[in-house]
Design a protein around this ligand. Structure first.
Ligand code: DAH
Length: 358
């Protein structure tokens, strides 16, 4: 006879057949415990509850009728006690199972449904790019157009048209990398002055940016490829005052109002007069430090009034038009701005470095 059948069998008959009150109730308890460990969902739990505690057809109700109510008088106290015990034990176990199932449900939800997917790393804007964009926006406000030009350049645009004399040691000085005879990797962005002047009727105001190349041994301040920005303006009646005013405006917008500038005479073949623009040392605020060699100033860029020969080689009449030009290294400005002490960090693609600029 199965346990289920026994639960519906009058107690006296079961005892006559060899069972005892204790053995019957222990068998019930063992069966329940076996079934309870198999519960893993709310549906399982409901089936278990119905099977054991169902009011009409549950096993405990059946035992109540067949065993307790029908018990011979002398066994009633013992059966009543066992019946109570098992009912309470099962109720407590079902409550515990209810909590377990609810907790399991919450855990499943957290895993499956509401968790966002794994984080995707976004790229970061390169510090030189950030610097470039900031500078371009300052010049755009002043009405400058932005342009680019070829990185493989001719000897003519890179040197001759910029008034480098034929016997000028510039090719060596600028560590030029040749691609083939008379074609080279541009050593600066200045050839774009010529390219743009050839095609554009004055007045014109341009910012040209891009990569330039020199056969330099790499170290903390040199890279065989770096980036430059060229600023120039051509119109009637342009003077050194326009150059100075424009650069001072730029410097204050970019580095801050407290920054001072000074022009130091210099030489470039494509400008006359030529100068270098120094600014208050951004590392020591002009007090003097190792980086500015105690002068309180650092060199920022080269500039000057566009040489009449340059205007002429681009087909413009220097009697009618004048211009100013300035050129600087973007890398150096980015390094000043973000306190970067080695240019190779800008170009070796180490994401641990680049991530910081998100
Ligand atoms: N082309 C120069 C260089 O690469 C920088 C420069 C100096 C550009 C003076 C200019 C300028 O436009 O006026 O070293």
């Amino acid at each position: 006879m199965t346990l289920d059948e026994k639960a519906h069998q009058p107690l006296a008959e079961l005892i006559a057949a060899g069972d005892s009150v204790d053995s019957l109730y222990s068998a019930l308890k063992d069966a329940f415990e076996g079934e309870r460990t198999a519960v893993s969902s709310a549906d399982d739990l409901k089936a278990l509850r119905d099977r054991w505690m169902g009011r009409k057809n549950g096993l405990i109700a059946a035992a109540n009728d067949a065993w307790l109510k029908a018990a011979p008088r002398e066994l009633k106290p013992q059966v009543g006690k066992r019946q109570n015990e098992i009912r309470q034990a099962i109720e407590a176990a079902l409550e515990q199972a209810q909590n377990d199932v609810a907790a399991l449900g919450r855990k499943r939800e957290a895993l499956d449904v509401t968790l966002p997917g794994p984080e995707r790393r976004l790229g970061a804007k390169h510090p030189v790019r950030r610097t470039l964009e900031e500078i371009l926006s300052i010049f755009r406000e002043l009405g400058y157009s932005v342009a680019e030009g070829p990185e493989i350049e001719s000897f003519f645009y890179n040197f001759e048209a910029l008034n480098f004399p034929a016997d000028h040691p510039a090719v060596d000085e600028m560590d030029t990398l040749f691609v083939e005879d008379k074609m080279l990797l541009r050593t600066h962005t200045s050839p774009n002055q010529i390219r743009i002047m050839e095609k554009t009727p004055p007045p014109m105001r341009y910012v040209v940016h891009g990569k330039v190349y020199r056969n330099d041994a790499p170290d903390a301040t040199h890279s065989p490829m770096f980036q430059q920005l060229e600023v120039f303006c051509v119109d009637e009646n342009i003077t050194l005052a326009d150059l100075k005013g424009t650069l001072e405006h730029f410097v204050r917008r970019f580095f801050g109002r407290g920054i001072k500038t000074r022009l130091r005479p210099s030489f470039f073949p494509f400008t006359e007069p030529s100068a270098e623009l120094d600014i208050t040392c951004v590392f020591c605020a002009g007090r003097g430090c190792r980086i500015c060699k105690q002068t309180g100033f650092i060199e920022l860029l080269g500039c000057g009034m566009i040489d009449p020969n340059v205007l002429r080689s681009a087909g413009l009449d220097p009697e009618k038009y004048q211009g100013f030009a300035a050129g600087f290294g973007l890398d150096r400005i980015a390094m000043n701005k973000y306190d970067i002490n080695d240019i190779s960090l800008l170009y070796n693609g180490d994401t641990r470095f680049l991530r910081q600029f998100r």
